[in-house]
Design a protein around this ligand. Sequence first.
Ligand code: GLA
Length: 340
Amino acid sequence: MTGDVETSFRVHAPGRVNLIGEHTDYTGGLAFPMAIDRGITLSAQRRAGRIELTSADAPGRLIVELPFSGDPAVVEPQWGSFVAAMAQQLGSSDGFVGHLVSDIPAGAGLSSSAALECAVGRALGFEGTALELAQTARRAEHAATGVPTGIMDQYCIAAAMQGHATLIDCGDLTIEQVAVPDEIDVVVRFIAHRTLLGSAYADRVAECARAEAQIGPLRDATLDDVARIDDTTVRRRAHHVVSENRRVRDFASALRHRDYATLGRLMVDGHASLRDDFETSTTQMDAAVDELNGRAGVFGARMTGGGFGGCLVALCEPGAISDGWVVTPSAGARVLPPAD
Ligand code: GLA
């Protein structure tokens, strides 16, 4: 028994930390996230015509009648919006009664919502490719929140491979799994809760669209193209995106060559670009990142995820950072073997 449910199947979906490639996905750029060994596990049994779900982290019972035809954004409890939206996207009429256990804090920028969407997709029997799962989950995220997020989180969580980070080309939607050596630590530290709802995330998406209206796809733009943008703010946003795409390429190459000094420098540069050009950091985040970047054994640290709070990510020599979670690269959303 798990919760009050006799389990007949279990699904696990990891959270993710983005190593580099921030705010590049919605202009078809490059992102380099890694699924982590923290995530959401759903234990359930089949139930025709509805989803009933409880969560170890929140009171209340979610009940979604299937097929779901309402507005997922107003479903209560609020985390149920992602569940209802996913069932709606899939047009499911058969659901499950189950229980959720998570060790990814919500609002930490570790993609708990994308993990929930992908877990529910697998629990509803979705059998398409990882890309198709990600595209469905992204539509569900938009329906649940109205925030125009990119595909990075869902694609990483759907497609990840144990021991690897996932280099995503958000233009042609191809991926490359790059091994993360176990001779370095990847550390995540929670800084502050954030929500992208009502944040400047949508403003950033719009500013990037304005840049593209003037110079064409940022994916193909050069820094000389960026210099032609009239509006100072839009120019700085575009400067971040174009330089960040370059950093992702260089980071992937440095990771393959185990060139940790270069990885660190790219993380420091990436953070400065988010702080100064894209303006998605906070003073609290900057202080924590700066302190780590000055610490012995730390190759580099930066904010990770959408910004305005959330977590930082650092790469370091083993044991160099003890005040954070050492995370390991994990496999994507999957049906688990039955529990003993
Ligand atoms: C959030 C979004 C992603 C991406 C990041 C920033 O996590 O969900 O699509 O845009 O912010 O890199």
